[in-house]
Design a protein around this ligand. Structure first.
Ligand code: ZN
Length: 352
């Protein structure tokens, strides 16, 4: 996900969510024969670029997500195999998952692009406006972070610790990469839309593109390999803190979408951001968080509270402690991406 996409005020924009490219900041992990994850190595921060999955089949390759670092990813894939890319699947519409489409198309002009049909309206409309806001605001935000690094004081004016220093430095680098890659890059819209299930049988490999529900955005899709029990979740699952947007996310529906993930019983999950998950504990924790917020917001509305009063009533301090622990970086992420937007998002569900 990415900041701008959530239409935050310009100052916050850049600090918000997520996705920026970084110079080859990923490592390759083999999850099953022919199934390779490119996992970002940046420390947790306000800026991110997305993970990517290469599914190398008998005669071709299917790619999940097209991050900003797609030039480096294409080079890495070509070192793994000479097989051509047949399909690129975008798990949703944020730049860090789609902006690389143009590069994948240039490398493999026959490749087809698969996503939720809403990308065809979103990317030329609100997505273009969000991207423009990001391009306008990101350099300024990066400059503020650089100032913090230079002065040794964090954004709250306290001394920077090592974790914050690494996080801010990563954010600054990711903004620089974003500004190199994104402005002027054309959108490649999906030519295959999935609003249920699409099964690709590529030789002996079965690949399922599934809509399990909406949560992070309206356009959320997951990619499921039933034989290998590997799932690419997109930003329905993001570690160490979920990325919620007050406008774009659907907190009241998110636990339902995660029910769809849990029902598949994956052995390995490649989240949209964060390391490969080897069990379902973190997904259950996210499920519990979103179900809890939804229940409490609904109860507050039923008591007649308005949105502001509901924000006061729905205290997420226990959840903050559970997700952030003693980490100031995770604390800042949880406040920005959960406490601020999640109640407003859940509130929407009860609006007429
Ligand atoms: Zn996203």
């Amino acid at each position: 996900m990415r900041l701008a996409r959530f239409l935050l005020p310009a100052a916050v924009l850049v600090l918000c969510a997520a996705s920026f490219p970084a110079a080859a900041g990923f490592r390759l992990e083999t999850l099953a024969p022919g199934v390779h994850a490119a996992v970002r190595t940046d420390p947790p921060g306000l800026m991110v670029d997305a993970n990517c999955l290469f599914i190398v089949n008998d005669d071709d390759v299917v790619v999940v997500d097209a991050p900003e670092a797609s030039a480096e990813l294409i080079t890495a894939l070509k070192r793994l195999t000479a097989k051509p890319v047949s399909y690129v699947i975008n798990t949703h519409w944020h730049d860090d998952h789609v902006i690389g489409n143009a590069l994948w198309r240039r490398a493999w002009p026959q490749a087809r692009f698969i996503a939720h049909p809403s990308l065809r309206e979103y990317l030329p409309g609100p997505g273009a406006a969000n991207r423009a806001g990001m391009i306008a605001g990101a350099p300024q935000a990066a400059a503020r972070l650089q100032q913090s690094l230079d002065s040794g004081s964090n954004l709250a004016g306290q001394p920077l610790d090592e974790e914050q220093r690494a996080s801010y430095a990563s954010d600054v680098a990711l903004v620089a990469d974003y500004m190199k890659v994104v402005p002027g890059t054309p959108d490649v819209l999906p030519d295959l839309g999935v609003d249920g299930v699409l099964i690709l049988q590529q030789g002996t490999r079965r690949i399922e593109v599934r809509r399990v529900g909406r949560g992070h955005t309206e356009a959320d899709l997951v990619v499921w390999l039933p034989q290998e029990r590997v799932l690419a979740s997109g930003d329905l699952v993001v570690w160490p803190v979920p990325l919620v947007g007050a406008e774009q996310s659907h907190v009241a529906d998110w636990a339902g979408a995660l029910d769809g993930v849990l029902a598949l019983k994956p052995a390995l999950i490649l989240p949209g951001h964060g390391p490969v998950l080897h069990d379902l504990d973190y997904v259950r924790q996210l499920h519990e968080l979103f179900a809890d917020i939804t229940t409490r917001v609904r109860a507050a509305r039923e008591r007649g509270l308005d949105l502001e009063a509901t924000r006061q009533a729905v205290d997420l301090e226990n959840w903050r402690r559970r997700f952030a622990g003693d980490s100031p970086v995770r604390d800042a992420l949880f406040r920005r991406y959960v406490i601020d937007p999640a109640v407003a998002s859940a509130w929407k569900a009860g609006s007429p």
